[in-house]
Design a protein around this ligand. Structure first.
Ligand code: MN
Length: 227
């Protein structure tokens, strides 16, 4: 049976070794740092983590220009630790939940904040505020074999050289193994899945021409500009 048109190419992210990581799904955790939850108006006392998704095609490579998206006047940055899975599974036990990790990267959960606030107010889905084109910039993946399990380290973001976000990944409300354990009870995970693990405080708007630099200790720096 012939395909009626050519299938879309597989989205990939470079691995620091020079290999390519084929992306399957992108899962994102909401409000996973207490200070950010507060700035979003939530008083997040360790409620169960909640998830949303972006399409794999939302990945934007490092050093690219992100086109300012239509339909918003408030495009905002969220720097996040990205966990890349090399193994899948269902109902992954907590004490084995670091095992599926292939590696880590620095990512941005770019957000149409005005659209998200309206969706929240109306009880509508977040897809158009979170899962739009180019909404998931991501730098190269460093294998866990080089880093060990990452459970602490500075995470920060600068816009035009000025620090906007600064935190430590040890301040996550839900740690990476807890996220994988919980998510695997809701969906079957597969190799190629990415998890954006939430952002520290200090989110804010970017404008056309801005240069955004996102860093996590030990990982490849992510730099994009807004076009
Ligand atoms: Mn986020």
């Amino acid at each position: 049976m012939n395909l009626v048109f050519a299938a879309a190419p597989v989205v990939t992210i470079p691995v620091v070794s020079g290999d390519a990581f084929p992306v399957r799904r992108i899962y994102c955790v909401g409000q996973n740092y207490a200070a950010h939850a507060r700035e979003m108006g939530s008083d997040s006392a360790r409620e169960a983590p909640f998830f949303f998704t972006k399409p794999a095609q939302a990945i934007l490579p490092n050093h690219a220009v992100m086109p300012y998206p239509p339909g918003t006047n408030d495009l905002q940055h969220e720097v996040e630790l990205v966990v890349a899975l090399g193994v899948g599974g269902r109902n992954i036990p907590l004490d084995q939940a670091n095992a599926p990790i292939f590696g880590y990267a620095v990512g941005l959960d770019m957000t149409r904040r005005d659209v998200q606030q309206a969706a929240k107010a109306q009880g509508r889905p977040w897809d158009m505020s979170k899962g739009f084109d180019y909404s998931a910039p991501c730098a190269a993946i460093t294998p866990v074999s080089q880093t060990g399990a990452l459970d602490n380290g500075r995470i920060a973001l600068k816009v035009n050289g000025a620090t906007r976000q600064c935190g430590d990944i040890e301040d996550m409300i839900w740690k990476v193994p807890e996220i994988i354990h919980t998510l695997s009870q809701q969906v079957e995970l597969f190799p190629g899945d990415l998890i954006f693990t939430g952002t520290p405080a200090g989110v804010g708007p970017v404008l056309k021409g801005d240069v955004v630099e996102a860093t996590i200790v030990g990982l490849t720096v992510l730099t994009i500009s807004i076009g």
